[in-house]
Design a protein around this ligand. Structure first.
Ligand SMILES: [Zn+2]
Length: 90
């Protein structure tokens, strides 16, 4: 694990696991990562400059559609997080 807290443009703090590879947005194919917010929600983020991140919702050309799609993606991430927790107990 290589989790760091980063502050997005706009001031939201999220925890990002940088040991995971970035993924591609299903809508616009941009390279994104998932950040975990204080509310335990995963949101897609993107690097706009080195070390500077913003929510991908701010720039995705298909944000409304994407938002609906991420519901299932969030659940997938939850599953992964839970699996990792289970594994770390072993
Ligand atoms: Zn996108």
């Amino acid at each position: 694990m290589n989790t760091k807290e980063i502050i997005l443009l706009g001031g939201t703090g999220v925890y990002v696991d940088f040991s995971k590879r970035p993924v591609k947005c299903r809508s616009c194919n941009a390279e994104i990562r998932f950040g975990l917010t204080d509310n335990n929600k995963f949101i897609p983020i993107e690097e706009v400059e080195e070390g500077v991140y913003q929510s991908h919702f701010a720039s995705c050309p298909d944000a409304t559609k994407f938002r609906r799609k991420t519901m299932s993606r969030e659940r997938q991430c939850d599953e992964i997080a839970r699996n990792e927790q289970e594994l770390s107990k072993l």
